[in-house]
Design a protein around this ligand. Structure first.
Ligand SMILES: *[C@@H]1O[C@H](CO)[C@@H](O)[C@H](O)[C@H]1NC(C)=O
Ligand SMILES: *[C@@H]1O[C@H](CO)[C@@H](O)[C@H](O)[C@H]1NC(C)=O
Ligand SMILES: *[C@@H]1O[C@H](CO)[C@@H](O)[C@H](O)[C@H]1NC(C)=O
Length: 380
């Protein structure tokens, strides 16, 4: 429900923005304005030539593997056990993992592995965790018990909580309690505490990014969190899926724009910034929203991004492989508003999961359940 309202809003905005862009562009594109349907076939943006515009990964910049991780969830009845999972990360040079709850099997398997970990606190635990002694117990049991044998990077308190959810009011108090417990354990410099949001908290998102802000429904929820993160030097974690934005409003976004395949001669201008992919414009939409809510210095970590290989529109092995490969190539370059700063990004997800409730959701794996690589991605 929330999402469809959001999409409607987005769609109307896009058509507005389209007119604005095309209005600004040279005469050869003006005809397209009269035929809205033909826009569906056009890459997002217009065909002005900007030959010099092509950002390449920095030579001698950070290795990709330093900024790329993979989310591990196991909603399948045919998946490898925790030890084999950690082994598979190591074989493929994947140095970061996001897990969604502090499962002891995976935590034990991670001991001594050198893999950096985001550990989540599930939404259903937030209310309980507000209590300082519960938070302190949680940190003792799930963090201190493994330090220094596991390199924890972030604690993600809640995932994709919507402002209208009844638990929304527990998110900041739970972050704050966990943060206090982490500080009491003297781990505050190594382990940052945050939450994971979805792009649906934005209105006017990414079309173009400068219009973006947290929606009026979301701002009462997210702004106090942003201020807390700014004060503590913690990043905001966000799930960013060009796939869903593309499939929701496919009439106005080209597949090429969603897959980082847009010709460099087609570029979306936004103030002094230029965009060649939906992903970078979504990430910068988040940065703009942060700036507008007093969080200019808060950085964004992409807690999930992925593309399914089957089960829905545009979900093919070829598109998914293209998406993951191009995302991995893009990440070291940073976005136009945060250039040359690698975007820490967690690919969703490690495995195809046959017990996911929706067909398309079963096909987000980089690996099949029997550990075969679906896309031959190179992490090192
Ligand atoms: C927190 O939990 C502890 C242990 O269950 C309990 O004794 C204490 O009263 C709780 N504190 C608050 C503020 O609810
Ligand atoms: C979107 O951004 C434009 C330009 O800043 C603004 O005029 C408009 O009111 C915004 N719309 C919404 C729904 O926030
Ligand atoms: C996609 O799913 C359909 C239906 O389950 C199946 O018949 C087809 O073989 C799958 N395609 C691939 C490439 O796995």
């Amino acid at each position: 429900m929330f999402r469809s309202v959001f999409v409607l809003l987005l769609a109307s905005l896009i058509s507005l923005v389209f007119h604005r862009f095309i209005g600004l562009k040279s005469g050869n594109m003006v005809m397209a304005i009269e035929d809205v349907d033909s826009m569906a076939l056009l890459p997002f943006g217009s065909a002005s030539r900007i030959g010099s515009f092509f950002r390449l990964p920095q030579c001698g910049g950070p290795r990709r593997t330093e900024s790329i991780g993979v989310c591990y969830t196991n909603l399948g009845n045919n998946l490898p056990d925790a030890r084999e999972v950690v082994q598979l990360y190591k074989i493929h040079g994947i140095e970061k993992m996001r897990i969604y709850n502090p499962d002891t099997a995976i935590l034990n398997a991670l001991r001594g592995s050198n893999i950096e970990v985001i550990v989540g606190i599930p939404n259903t635990d937030l209310e309980r965790i507000v209590n300082l002694s519960s938070a302190s117990n949680w940190v003792q049991r799930n963090i201190q018990a493994y330090v220094p044998h596991i390199k924890f990077r972030y604690v993600a308190v809640g995932n994709d909580v919507q402002p209208s959810d009844s638990i929304a009011r527990y998110v900041l108090p739970a972050i704050s309690s966990i943060n206090s417990a982490i500080s009491a354990a003297n781990l505050q410099d190594q382990i940052k505490v945050s939450t994971v949001i979805s792009i649906s908290l934005l209105s006017n998102s990414s079309f173009p990014p400068s219009y973006s802000s947290f929606s009026s429904e979301a701002s009462g929820f997210i702004e106090p969190i942003v201020h807390f993160l700014a004060k503590n030097g913690s990043p905001l974690l966000a799930n960013v899926y060009p796939y869903f934005t593309y499939t929701d409003i496919t009439r106005t976004i080209s597949l090429d724009y969603a897959l980082f395949m847009q010709s460099p001669t087609l570029v979306i201008r936004d103030d002094n910034f230029e965009y060649n992919s939906l992903f970078e414009s979504m990430v910068d939409a988040l940065y703009v929203a942060l700036e507008k809510s007093g969080g200019a210095e808060v950085s964004i970590v992409i807690a999930e991004s992925g593309w399914p290989s089957n089960g829905s529109a545009a979900a093919t092995v070829e598109n998914a492989g293209t998406y993951y490969r191009n995302l991995m190539n893009f990440v070291p370059t940073g976005t136009p508003r945060r250039p040359r700063r690698a975007i820490e990004t967690y690919l969703f997800a490690m495995f195809d999961e046959n017990l996911k409730p929706v067909e398309m959701e079963k096909h987000f794996g980089l690996f099949t359940a029997d550990k075969k690589s679906k896309y031959q991605l190179s992490f090192s």
